[in-house]
Design a protein around this ligand. Structure first.
Ligand SMILES: [Zn+2]
Length: 212
């Protein structure tokens, strides 16, 4: 299966098949958790890329799910708003316990260690090189369209470049502008989506089968 990244600016989504499928979903902005979410089987995604060329994608299964998830981000929604709450679970509690048990050093006071764990020394400004986390108001802010005359501006090209690097660095399948805090500076209706077999042949095919 071919792998490529789609940049979508000012996207709109139309449902092509109202039949829904339930599957596990996670989000880099709700880190460490997962739940089952119902999504439509097939959608039509339209928008423009960073050169203002029209993009039209008919998506099915797993890719349709990713598109719906990222579109939700631009509407200030998260998958937890649609999830089956009984399936919500922590995916890394074992690692977290190990981490918390092994990072404490006696050279720091407990108070200092605990503070460092939660409050970074140098708060940074958006666009971030980390994913905004649930609780950040940016994730609940509805993004506005990028004005057409601004689409080819270097600022947008820089955002796109940064989001692609983040997508690759964290090996995730989709990313939306609010996840790097862009909308704090400028409301930006922008997301990108990886289409193809991102997880190796086995996992990719399994997911497709479940979603069909
Ligand atoms: Zn997400």
């Amino acid at each position: 299966m071919k792998f490529y990244i789609n940049v979508m600016i000012n996207p709109t989504l139309k449902v092509l098949d109202y039949d829904k499928r339930k599957f596990l979903e996670s989000c880099m902005s709700v880190k460490g958790y997962s739940a089952e979410v119902e999504r439509y089987r097939s959608v039509l995604l339209t928008g423009v890329d960073d050169r203002n060329n029209k993009q039209v994608l008919t998506l099915k299964g797993w890719n349709a799910r990713i598109a719906q998830h990222e579109m939700d981000h631009l509407d200030g929604k998260l998958y937890i708003d649609h999830m089956d709450p009984s399936t919500f679970h922590c995916t890394c509690w074992e690692q977290n316990i190990r981490y918390l048990c092994t990072t404490f050093t006696k050279s720091k006071s407990f108070r200092q260690w605990y503070r460092d764990l939660w409050i970074p020394d140098h708060p940074c400004q958006p666009p971030y090189w980390h994913f905004t986390q649930i609780g950040d108001p940016i994730l609940r802010t509805k993004a506005s369209n990028v004005p057409e005359e601004a689409i080819k501006e270097p600022e947008i090209a820089d955002f796109v470049d940064q989001m692609i690097k983040m997508l690759r660095k964290y090996n995730c399948v989709g990313i939306a502008a609010p996840q790097i805090g862009i909308s704090l500076q400028r409301k930006t209706n922008l997301f990108m989506i990886r289409i193809g077999n991102e997880f190796g042949v086995g996992v990719g095919c399994d997911r497709e089968k479940v979603m069909q």
